[in-house]
Structures are given as C-alpha cells and as structure tokens.
Write a protein that binds this ligand. Structure first.
Ligand code: HEM
Ligand SMILES: *[C@@H]1O[C@H](CO)[C@@H](O)[C@H](O)[C@H]1NC(C)=O
Ligand SMILES: *[C@@H]1O[C@H](CO)[C@@H](O)[C@H](O)[C@H]1NC(C)=O
Ligand SMILES: CC(=O)N[C@H]1CO[C@H](CO)[C@@H](O)[C@@H]1O
Length: 503
C-alpha cells in the first residue's frame, strides 16, 4: 500500500498539471473575440457562454435566442460566443445573414457537423457533408425534389391521409395526444416515400421505425455529451473513431434499405418514391454522367430524409393546430378556405388544390415563424473571410450561427412577436419586410432540400383534419407551452391535448 505513495503523488501531480493546462487553454482561447475586435459576452469555464450541459433548464436554441436579443439590444451587428472553449460567431444583422447564407456562400459551404464515413457510412448524408462532396451530392439529389417529383409522390401522401383520419376517429372520445398522432402520420409518409414501406407500418404504437427515429432525437445526457464532443473536438472524435449514430440504429436502417433495394431489383418492382429515384441513380452508372450513387450513399440519404422530414413536419402541424385551437376564428377562416378550394376540385385533395390555398400558406408561415423546428443553423467558414464593411477577418474553420428563433421573435420585424397572426404574411406585409426575416428552412444554396415536401405533407395533414373536425384545446395541456430542453429540434415539452369535434 505504502509503496504506492510515490505513484499516487505522481498521479495527483499529473492531474493538477492537466487541469492547469486546460485552464490555461481556456484563458487563452477566451481572449479570441476581444483580440478580433468583435463584441462578445464574458464566458466562464468550462461551458463558455452556454448553460451547464448537465443541469440546463432551456433548449440550446432558446439560449442562443437570448444572446441574439441582448446583441440586438446593444445594437451589435454581430457578436462572439464561446461554446465550451470554441469561439462561435453569431450573425445578427440581416444583411450579414444574407451574405453568409447566399452572397458569400463560397466562404461558408460547410455545416460543421461531425461525421465519420469509415465507422458509420450512414452519417455521410447531405446534411452533414461539406466541401465538394456536399456540392456533388446536392447536385445529384436536387432533381429528386422538383415540383414534378412532388406531384408524382402526391398519391402516396394521400394514401397515408386515410390512416390519419381513421386514427383521429378512433381516438375522438377522449382527448387526443395530437403530437403523437401526427408523428405517426409523417413517419408513415416518409417511411413510405424514403423506405418504400406500406403506410400502415405505424399502426402499432411503437414500431421499430419510430422507436429508432425518436431515439435519434431523444437526447439523453450521454448523447448530448457526445454531440458536444463532436461539435467542439471533432478531431478527437475522429481519432477515437466515435460514431455519430449508434450502431443499432445504423444497422436497422441499413437493413431496411438493403432489403428493399434487393427486393425491387430482384422482382423488377418499382414505386413512385424517393427510394426509387435513388435506385435509378444507382443504376445509372453506365451512362457515365457522374450521377450514380452507391448503396451506402442511398442508405445515408434515405436515413436523413427520414430524420429531417418526420419530426420537423409533425411539430409544425402540431403547433399549427395548437394555435388554431386557441383561436377559433382563425380556424374557421382556414376551414372556409379549404372548403371553397376543395369544392373547385370535386372535393378531392389534389396537388393543385393544395397549391391554391393562400391563407393556409400564411398560417404555415406564421407557425414556422413562431416555431421554427431548427431554432438556429450553422455554417463553417472554409476560407478567411473579410466582413464587407469592417476591417475584421473571420478565420477559416470558425463556426458561424444564424439565430433563426431570435430573428423570428425580433419585435422590429414582428411587433408583438408572441401573438399568432397569419396577417403578418399577407402579400402587403411580406413586401415591407426584409427577405431574411423569415428563414425557417434556411436560405441560399444549402436551404432545406425538402422544403416543398415538408410543406406539402403539412398542408395535406391540416387540410384533411380541418375539413372533418373542429379542434379545441383540452385543459390537460400544460400552458404556456415550453420547448423540450434536451431535444435538438424545437418541440413541445409534454403532450398537446386536443378535443376533436366531428363536423
Ligand atoms: C417543415 C418541415 C421542414 C423544416 C422546417 C426544415 C428545416 C430545415 C432547415 C432549417 C435546414 C437547414 C438549412 C440551411 O442550413 O440553410 C434543413 C436542411 C435539410 N433538410 Fe429540412 N426541413 C423540413 C423538412 C424536410 C423534409 C421533409 C426533408 C426530406 C425529405 C428535409 C431534408 C433536409 C435535408 C437533406 C437538409 C440538408 C440540406 C443540405 O445541407 O444541403 N427537410 N431543413
Ligand atoms: C422490368 O420492367 C420493365 C418495364 O416494366 C421492362 O421493360 C423490363 O424488361 C423488365 N426487366 C426484367 C428483367 O424483367
Ligand atoms: C481551411 O482549413 C482547412 C482545415 O484546417 C484546410 O484544409 C484548408 O486548406 C483551409 N482553406 C484555406 C483556403 O486556407
Ligand atoms: C415570407 C415567407 O416566407 N413567405 C412564404 C410563405 O409560405 C410560402 C409557401 O408556403 C412561401 O412560398 C413563401 O415564401
């Protein structure tokens, strides 16, 4: 025992030295924004400007919004933050936002999301990739999302709508957990369009598909710790061969795609969905137009379509119905439009009918303003960038944040921002506002590729529900609604309970 004393004191010495080095590193890096002459808020060790990762009481998106608010209050056009020890550049001025996302996009091509193709190929999807790899894939995938392709897939959506109405009908006697019902609906749609599954896959409450889908977003403390390592120490993560997506999840989705591709090729079976479009690209090799995809690439894209597509649209519809339940007058106005438009199309929900609903658009715009599923987006600077009207260089490698939630609640653009008011998106009012004051899908060359699809499925869902039912908020819903602290997206904490009254 005593012979170990020497070893123990050595160990203590090493630990103290390590701490000293870490603290010195923090002190040094915390000088970054001051030296750049960019205004910033004083950070602290070890979380920088962020709340304690383990005891945080607000969603990171809400935290970023608070910083935006303070920066605006101080009349800053931009500002510096520290995420742990990492300098993070926040763009505030809308002209700067436009520069980063669009005008000077070539300097901000990357998203700065960690992935490691070797250990999990499923992580190398469009959302995460950067540089030429991203550009190449984006070019290949863009034709998959044209309005022509959306029209082609429309019937698949309408097929799923039948199940949605059935579900509401079955549950109508008691308050409805609308978030859950709509989660099934969008999982159904994307599962069917990206994975070629039949619509009723989600009849059972916990199909493996949704279970794994939820798991990706769940955000246990361990998961968030991991994400924080990915964000702040990507090189360490790569060195440790860390997976971004747990093995069981990756294997599950991989198998679904592989089986499906095999089945279709063996049986010469085709279907009008995303997967088919990707398979067609895979088999395009011979034409040598550089348009082909590997099986791993297909899997990764199907996976990201599912992950990016189901939660975003279901929360959008949930919040829209929540707001419309609180305001019956607006709900009636949407319903009137639905009835008028559908009457022109023989009472059928068609692609054209959906495009014809102007007020529905305004309601969705306002919903996405108040509840952008992604409260902020990131870019990574890929070459030194001089800010146009200032003598400041943003260095290669710097993480950039566009604070969507903050912009969407800025009283200068949206007076009385907490009020839900679709009139903000009348043609007249939109014209009088900066284009970049409403960016729920991002902007520029990296804008959400699934924008059309997301809007389309949200409109189909709302149309089919509102034409048949009147929704009212049930007392069981905890108000005011808070945002989930641990989730990566902006989702409601707890259930949203609605009563549905048949019309
Ligand atoms: C209401 C629904 C949706 C919202 C609010 C939304 C929002 C967003 C946002 C904010 C981004 C980042 C854009 C940027 O960085 O400028 C994004 C990217 C992306 N979204 Fe969506 N999204 C929605 C639906 C969908 C759907 C249905 C799909 C697929 C079927 C999808 C697939 C993607 C992909 C692949 C990217 C990465 C694009 C790239 O980096 O090139 N999204 N989305
Ligand atoms: C597969 O189907 C297409 C059209 O349905 C047909 O042209 C083609 O010859 C079929 N291929 C095989 C191997 O059966
Ligand atoms: C930016 O940094 C990356 C990684 O450190 C490096 O590979 C790249 O060459 C740099 N780009 C420029 C334009 O200096
Ligand atoms: C200002 C704004 O974002 N308007 C959008 C409202 O929604 C429609 C589609 O639903 C978009 O085309 C508009 O650009």
């Amino acid at each position: 025992m005593f012979s170990n004393w020497g070893l123990l004191t050595d160990l203590v010495g090493v630990i103290i030295a390590a701490f000293a080095i870490i603290i010195a590193y923090y002190k040094w890096t915390f000088g970054y924004w001051k030296q750049k002459n960019i205004p910033y808020f004083p950070p602290s060790i070890p979380f920088g400007n962020l709340e304690n990762l383990f005891t945080a009481t607000s969603n990171i998106g809400v935290q970023v919004k608070h910083f935006y608010d303070e920066m605006r209050h101080n009349k800053w056009k931009h500002g510096g933050l520290f995420f742990l020890a990492n300098p993070t550049y926040v763009v505030v001025d809308l002209e700067y936002v436009k520069n980063v996302l669009t005008k000077d996009f070539q300097y901000f091509v990357d998203r700065g999301v960690y992935y490691n193709e070797e250990v999990d190929p499923i992580g190398a999807h469009l959302f995460a990739l950067g540089g030429p790899k991203w550009r190449n894939l984006r070019t290949k995938l863009t034709p998959t999302f044209t309005s022509g392709k959306m029209k082609m897939m429309f019937q698949t959506l309408v097929d799923c709508e039948v199940n949605l109405v059935k579900k509401i009908e079955a549950k109508r006697k008691t308050p409805i957990d609308i978030k859950d019902v709509l989660g099934c609906f969008t999982a159904d749609i994307i599962g069917s369009c990206a994975f070629g599954l039949n619509c009723n896959t989600f009849e059972e409450e916990d199909s493996p598909f949704r279970k794994y889908g939820k798991k990706v977003f769940a955000g246990s403390t361990l998961q968030r710790l991991q994400v924080s390592i990915f964000m702040n120490f990507p090189r360490l993560a790569k060195f440790l061969q860390m997976r971004q997506i747990p093995k069981d999840i990756g294997d599950f989705y991989s198998k679904v795609v592989t089986d499906n591709v095999e089945y279709r090729e063996k049986n010469n079976f085709t279907r009008k969905d995303f997967m088919q479009l990707l398979i067609d690209m895979k088999n395009n090799k011979s034409e040598g137009d550089g348009n082909s995809l590997t099986l791993d690439e297909i899997t990764a894209q199907c996976f990201v379509f599912f992950i990016a597509g189901f939660e975003t649209s279901s929360t959008t519809m949930t919040f829209a119905l929540y707001e419309l339940s609180k305001n019956q007058e607006l709900q009636e106005k949407v319903r009137t439009e639905i009835e008028t438009v559908l009457a022109k199309y023989d009472g059928k929900i068609t692609y054209e009918a959906i495009q014809d609903m102007k007020y529905m658009n305004q309601v969705l715009n306002e919903t996405l303003r108040k509840y952008p599923p992604l409260p902020f987006i990131t870019r990574q600077c890929v070459k030194d960038y001089k800010i146009p009207d200032q003598d400041i260089i943003i260095e290669n490698g710097t993480r950039v944040i566009i604070p969507i939630l903050g912009i969407h609640y800025d009283p200068e653009y949206y007076p009385n921002p907490d009020k839900f008011d679709p009139e903000r998106f009348s043609e007249e009012n939109v014209k009088n506002r900066h284009n970049y004051a409403h960016i729920p899908f991002g902007e520029g060359p990296r804008i959400c590729i699934g924008l059309r699809f997301g809007l389309m499925q949200s409109k189909v869902g709302l149309t089919s529900l509102l034409r048949k039912y009147r929704f009212k908020l049930n007392k069981k819903t905890k108000e005011p609604i808070k945002f989930q602290v641990k989730s990566a997206t902006l989702a409601a904490e707890g259930e949203v309970w609605l009563d549905a009254e048949k019309l």
